[in-house]
Write a protein that binds this ligand. Structure first.
Ligand SMILES: Cc1cc2nc3c(=O)[nH]c(=O)nc-3n(C[C@H](O)[C@H](O)[C@H](O)COP(=O)(O)OP(=O)(O)OC[C@H]3O[C@@H](n4cnc5c(N)ncnc54)[C@H](O)[C@@H]3O)c2cc1C
Length: 424
């Protein structure tokens, strides 16, 4: 089986599915390849910042998101050891969507993927992209169906990598097999029912050797996600031989932070702890990219600021704006034009996301070291409003995509999908 498309998108996380919807709606023939079956759980704090909600409206899933997601997140807390400081989150600029909300990735990613299918994208799932050859105008991709030996090849004028950060593409595996380092951050997540946590509160956890967050999302389920240094995890595991890594992390979190212990005191875990990593925050895209990158495949901020999905969604919009401005896939894939698209998009990406990477890295460093975490706590206790300012610096209140761009890129968007009221 061999098939040709204007564009092949690798990975159906928030970045890949958003790009598939935008390009398919504009009349491009789109193949979206996802190796996992949905719905699937994923290591993520699951908070969608308010700045993304206008994008979800324009993609046509705003109402479904509003119906399913947890309460509006109006306040954040910094928790460290036995202390906590609560502060307001900054309201986003779009008056219809001032507050972010949390939604399980099994729901959010399925909503986006279903919308990509309805928009006309051809979905290859569960298919794994195994190899990519060629270049703009003439890409060839080898696919293998998960759990089988069935294979097929696709051809495309444009190829977009949206495969996240954990699973390297075959061509990048050597780089990904970098040496294990004690300072590697490993990510964990679990969901709990009956946790004692205020809806609408977003606690950030400063931990010795890591950081984390908690939130109540859809159906009253609490998500607890964290990152822990490899050496801290190894030490904690040596204290509890025979215990699974997730169980060790849960005990570590409860011992490190009384706020977590209190929240989980009567909670029941739903499903297993999930783990992934190591985390490699930083910029991966380059102005000379032939394979265009969006979402975590393009770059990644420490998740302490919960802006990864914002960068995934918004980078997809930034790239698609440049591709659609070319007029057609054939034009976008022509050598000169493709080079200009890649360079322009890389400049847009850095302009909008560089500050988020810097703030997230600084906050992560400060939160995960005992002395600086104590200092952070002391400062926050005296001036809680600084937490609000920090959230603003990490772009919680604004999007890389303004209202005019949304209307330009989705002229026939289902604006009626926009929820009519937002709880105030
Ligand atoms: C501990 C932690 C907490 C976080 N908390 C938050 C938060 O609260 N809010 C927030 O906004 N962000 C958060 N993030 C970040 C967020 O999860 C990511 O930034 C986001 O998932 C990136 O989206 P993406 O579409 O780029 O990639 P992904 O969501 O990773 O999707 C990539 C997809 O590609 C598929 N894929 C991979 N390789 C292939 C292949 N070869 N062939 C086919 N398919 C492939 C994968 O199966 C996957 O479905 C957190 C991250 C961590 C680690």
């Amino acid at each position: 089986m061999q098939q040709g498309f204007d564009v092949v998108i690798i990975g159906a996380g928030p970045a890949g599915s958003s790009a598939a919807i935008l390009l398919a709606r504009a009349g491009w023939s789109v193949a979206l390849v996802e190796k996992q079956r949905f719905p699937r759980r994923k290591v993520c704090g699951e908070c969608v910042a308010a700045s993304n909600l206008p994008l979800l409206d324009a993609l046509g899933i705003g109402r479904a998101f509003a119906d399913a997601a947890g309460a509006p997140l109006r306040r954040m807390a910094l928790m460290h050891a036995g202390e906590q400081v609560v502060a307001d989150l900054p309201a986003a600029m779009d008056a219809a969507h001032p507050w972010g909300r949390a939604l399980g990735r099994e729901v959010l990613d399925s909503l986006l993927l279903d919308q990509a299918r309805r928009s006309g994208a051809v979905i290859f799932q569960p298919w794994l992209v195994q190899a990519i050859e060629g270049g703009p105008g003439d890409w060839q991709l080898q696919l293998r169906k998960a759990e089988t030996s069935e294979s097929c090849s696709l051809e495309a004028r444009v190829a977009i990598a949206a495969h996240g950060s954990w699973e390297a593409l075959p061509s990048e595996r050597d780089e990904a097999r970098a040496m294990r380092r004690p300072s590697d951050l490993l990510a964990f997540k679990a969901n709990f029912r009956h946790a004692r946590l205020d809806q609408g509160l977003l606690p950030v956890l400063a931990l010795e050797g890591g950081y984390g967050g908690m939130v109540v999302g859809d159906d009253g389920i609490t998500t607890l996600a964290c990152c822990i240094r490899r050496d801290r995890l190894d030490a904690a595991r040596r204290e509890r031989p025979g215990l699974a890594a997730g169980e060790v992390v849960e005990r570590w979190l409860r011992r490190q932070c009384l706020g977590v212990d209190a929240a989980l005191s009567s909670a029941q875990r739903e499903g297993a702890w999930l783990a992934s990593g190591p985390l490699r925050p930083g910029v991966r895209l380059a102005a000379s990219d032939r394979l265009l990158r969006i979402g975590n495949a393009a770059g990644e901020a420490h998740p302490i600021v919960g802006e990864g999905m914002s960068m995934a969604l918004q980078s997809a919009w930034l790239l698609c704006a440049r591709l659609l401005a070319a007029g057609s896939a054939t034009e976008a894939a022509s050598a000169d034009r493709h080079a200009r698209i890649a360079a322009g998009y890389a400049a847009d990406w850095r302009h909008h996301f560089r500050q988020r990477l810097f703030i997230a890295a600084s906050f992560a460093q400060a939160a995960s070291r005992p002395a600086s975490a104590r200092l952070l706590m002391t400062i926050a206790q005296r001036l809680p409003a600084l937490l609000t300012v920090g959230a603003r610096w990490s772009s919680k209140d604004r999007s890389a995509i303004d209202a005019a761009s949304i209307r330009r890129m989705t002229p026939t968007a289902a604006w009626h999908d926009r929820p009519t009221t937002t709880p105030s």
